[in-house]
Design a protein. Structure first.
Length: 316
């Protein structure tokens, strides 16, 4: 029986065939220099280009490569969960497929984890981000939101270039959710003392355009809020109590004013605008509650997180 890998590298892939040859070459060179037993797991998230053909070719020429081909597109986080579920390494590195994460920087993550055995995870922290302005702004806002909602440590910066210890990986795999988000799951699975950052280089995108958009960042933020925090429901409740108190105080003020002056306040337009405002707020509240109910329904119905079409490994 083959010995388990000392380090597994998991890479979700989507429409990235142009970068895969260079990525794989640099990755294997880096791992060979580390002189460790390793495996590379590529997860093809139902790409529309030649990605799967390139990945199959790589698996035919390298015995350390496993390619998982998914039947339908599930998104980066579920594809990533699929990959780490099939990994065997004592350490698991996750990274992107677009060469913005230099494979050579794995050495820093690996060395830091080996010299700090108490850590469960180390995140790569970019010395200078090469993302677009909108994505940088969105990432910053999502980081601040995570600090408020899921209690992310303020001294830790999340990134998709990370190294996790096997004990943490096994815990993450146990979460049975259709909407996995690795950052929040990590926060719920370990303590802030067991997380750290390592400064790494971040390269400009070499091929194509990013699959990220403002809509996708918003969707990711919504997943963080709904799946891993009850904050929206709490804030709605607090706001409802505040509105009730304001209404009571306003009513007493109107009665007091009419009693002492003999005239009533002509607030017709104010009342109309107020009713419109609170009607909109009520619909928003119902929408948030509905989002919770929809996700509960999906979880109860047992929809699959992902479905594997084929696994290519060891020239097979």
């Amino acid at each position: 029986m083959d010995e388990p890998a000392e380090i597994s590298v998991v890479i979700p892939c989507y429409n990235s065939f142009k970068s895969l040859m260079e990525l794989n070459e640099r990755l294997i060179r880096t791992l060979e220099e580390l002189k460790v037993r390793y495996e590379i797991i590529y997860v093809n998230d139902c790409s529309k280009d030649q990605t799967i053909h390139v990945l199959r070719s790589l698996s035919e020429h390298h015995q350390h490569i496993t390619v998982i081909d998914l039947m339908f597109n599930v998104g980066q986080f579920r594809a990533l969960l699929c990959g780490i579920t099939h990994s065997s390494g004592a350490l698991v590195v996750t990274m992107d497929d677009d060469l913005q994460h230099p494979p050579e920087e794995i050495t820093k993550l690996y060395s830091y984890m080996m010299s700090n055995t108490h850590l469960d995870v180390v995140f790569g922290e970019y010395s200078s981000k090469k993302h677009s302005f909108f994505r940088n702004v969105g990432s910053f806002m999502m980081g601040k939101m995570n600090e408020l909602t899921i209690k992310k440590p303020k001294n830790v910066t999340f990134s998709s270039f990370r190294c996790l210890r096997r004990s943490l990986v096994d815990t993450l795999i146990e979460y049975n959710t259709l909407f996995p988000q690795l950052g929040p799951l990590i926060v719920k699975s370990t303590s802030s003392e067991r997380m750290a950052n390592v400064r790494i280089h971040h390269e400009p995108r070499k091929y194509g355009q990013s699959n990220y958009s403002l809509f996708l960042l918003f969707k990711t933020s919504l997943n963080h809020l709904i799946n891993f925090s009850s904050a929206p429901l709490k804030y709605i409740s607090i706001f409802g109590v505040m509105v009730s108190l304001i209404s009571i105080v306003s009513t007493f003020f109107c009665l007091f004013y009419k009693y002492h002056t003999g005239t009533s306040i002509g607030w017709t337009w104010g009342i109309i605008l107020t009713l419109h405002f609170y009607s909109g707020l009520l619909l928003l509240s119902i929408g948030i509650i509905g989002e919770y109910l929809i996700r509960i329904m999906y979880e109860v119905k047992g929809f699959p997180k992902y479905k594997i079409r084929e696994v290519y490994k060891n020239n097979k």
